[in-house]
Write a protein that binds this ligand. Structure first.
Ligand code: NAD
Ligand code: ZN
Ligand code: ZN
Length: 340
C-alpha cells in the first residue's frame, strides 16, 4: 500500500486544497478505513467560512468531514486481520475511556475527547482515515455506504429522542427541519411517536419534513408554536434560533422535556416561571454515545430512510462545491466520495 494519499485540506479559513499527505498511522487498537462516503455537515461549512466554532479554532491545516463510512483495508497489531474487507460506519470520536464520564458510559462528555474535523483532529475528506476498531461498525450488505456515513447525523437524532424520552404515543415538537430536524423526526416516528409537529421558516423544508414523518408542519412566521396549545410531551430544538427555543418551551405540557440540540443561540432568555410551574426538564445534547448499533438497525431495517436524504455527490477535488451546496436550503445532504 502507498504511504501517501489524496486529501482535501483546509489550509486556512476560506481556502481548501487537494493535497498529497501521509496515510494516517494506525495505532495498535485501530483500523484503517478506505473512505467511501462522507456527509457534509453544517459544522464543516462553518469551519470553512469562519475558521472556528466557539473555542475550537483552525490554527493549522486540517482535514474536514466527520460523517464517514468505508472499507477496512488494514488493522493495528491488536486487531484481527479478519476484519479487513468489512464495510463499516465510523463513529468519529475517540474518548480516553478512563475518566469519570467515560466510566459512566457518557464518553461524549469526556474532557479529553478527540473528534474528527474538530481542530486539531483531522477528519475524513481523504482517501483513508484511522479509527479505533470498536468505533468501526460493520454494516449489512443491504445497507449503502452513504447510509452508513449518515449514521452520524442519525445518531444525533437517536440521542435527542432518547433525551426527550420519546416512546409509543409520544407527542413531539421539533423546531428546525434541516438535516438534523429531519433525522430527529424520523427517529421520533421509529420510536413510536404519534404526533410529530415540525416548524421551519423555509416552505421547502416544511415540505421535506412531511415526507419524513412529520404529522403537522408549522410556519413560525404565520403561527406561534407557543400559543397554539400544543401541550407536547417533549420539545426538541434543531434550529439554534432563540425565538424557536423560547416559544417551543411554552408548547410543553407539565413534567415534559425540552431538548436543546441546535447551536448558535448561546444566550437565550428563558420563561423560568413556566419551567418551574410545570416542572419541565431541560437538557442539552452534545453529539451522542452508544448510538451506532441502533442507528444501523434503524437504517438497515428501513425504519429510517437515510439514502433519500442525499441530494448531491462530489469528488474529493470538489469539496468546495460540496460545502457550497450544503449551505443551500434546497440541499439536505451533500456527500463527498473520496474514491471517485
Ligand atoms: N448538539 C449537537 O450535538 C449537534 C449536532 C449536530 C448539529 N447540531 C446543531 O443542530 C442544528 C441543526 O443542524 P442542521 O444541520 O439541520 O442545520 P440547518 O441550518 O440546516 O437547519 C436549521 C433549520 O432551522 C430553521 N429555523 C431557523 N429559525 C427558525 C425558527 N425560528 N423556527 C423554526 N425553524 C427555524 C432554518 O430554516 C433551517 O432549516 C444546528 O444548529 C447545528 O449546529 C447540534
Ligand atoms: Zn455533523
Ligand atoms: Zn474520558
Amino acid at each position: 500500500m502507498n504511504d501517501t494519499m489524496r486529501a482535501s485540506v483546509l489550509i486556512e479559513k476560506g481556502r481548501i486544497e487537494l493535497e498529497t499527505v501521509p496515510v494516517p498511522q494506525v495505532d495498535r487498537d485501530q483500523v484503517l478505513v478506505e473512505i467511501a462516503a462522507v456527509g457534509v455537515c453544517g459544522s464543516d461549512v462553518h469551519y470553512f467560512h469562519e475558521g472556528r466554532i466557539g473555542d475550537f479554532v483552525v490554527t493549522a491545516p486540517m482535514i474536514l468531514g466527520h460523517e464517514a463510512s468505508g472499507t477496512i483495508v488494514a488493522v493495528g497489531s491488536e486487531v484481527s486481520p479478519d476484519r479487513i474487507g468489512e464495510r463499516v460506519a465510523i463513529e468519529p470520536q475517540r474518548a480516553c475511556r478512563v475518566c469519570e464520564q467515560c466510566k459512566h458510559g457518557r464518553y461524549n462528555l469526556c474532557p479529553f475527547i478527540e473528534f474528527y474535523a474538530t481542530p486539531p483532529i483531522d477528519g475524513a475528506f481523504a482517501q483513508f482515515q484511522a479509527i479505533q476498531a470498536d468505533y468501526a461498525f460493520p454494516i449489512p450488505h443491504s445497507m449503502s455506504l452513504e447510509a452508513a456515513a449518515l449514521c452520524e447525523p442519525l445518531s444525533v437524532g437517536i440521542w435527542s429522542n432518547q433525551k426527550a424520552g420519546t416512546g409509543p404515543g409520544s407527542r413531539i415538537l421539533i423546531t428546525g427541519a434541516g438535516p438534523i430536524g429531519i433525522v430527529i423526526a424520523q427517529v421520533a416516528k421509529a420510536f413510536g411517536a404519534t404526533e410529530i409537529i415540525v416548524s421551519d421558516l423555509a416552505a421547502e423544508r416544511r415540505a421535506v419534513a412531511l415526507r419524513f414523518g412529520a404529522t403537522r408542519v408549522i410556519d413560525p412566521l404565520a403561527e406561534d408554536v407557543g400559543t397554539l396549545g400544543l401541550e407536547v410531551d417533549a420539545f426538541i430544538d434543531a434550529s439554534g434560533a432563540a425565538p424557536a427555543v423560547r416559544s417551543g418551551i411554552l408548547a410543553v405540557k407539565p413534567a415534559g422535556r425540552i431538548v436543546l440540540v441546535g447551536m448558535g443561540a448561546d444566550d437565550v432568555s428563558l420563561p423560568v416561571s413556566r419551567i418551574q410551574g410545570r416542572e419541565l426538564i431541560l437538557t442539552g445534547v452534545f453529539r451522542y454515545a452508544n448510538t451506532w448499533p441502533l442507528a444501523i438497525e434503524l437504517a438497515s431495517s428501513g425504519r429510517v430512510d437515510l439514502d433519500s436524504l442525499v441530494t448531491g455527490r462530489f469528488g474529493l477535488s470538489d469539496v468546495e462545491g460540496a460545502l457550497a451546496a450544503a449551505g443551500n436550503p434546497a440541499t439536505l445532504k451533500a456527500i463527498v466520495e473520496p474514491g471517485k
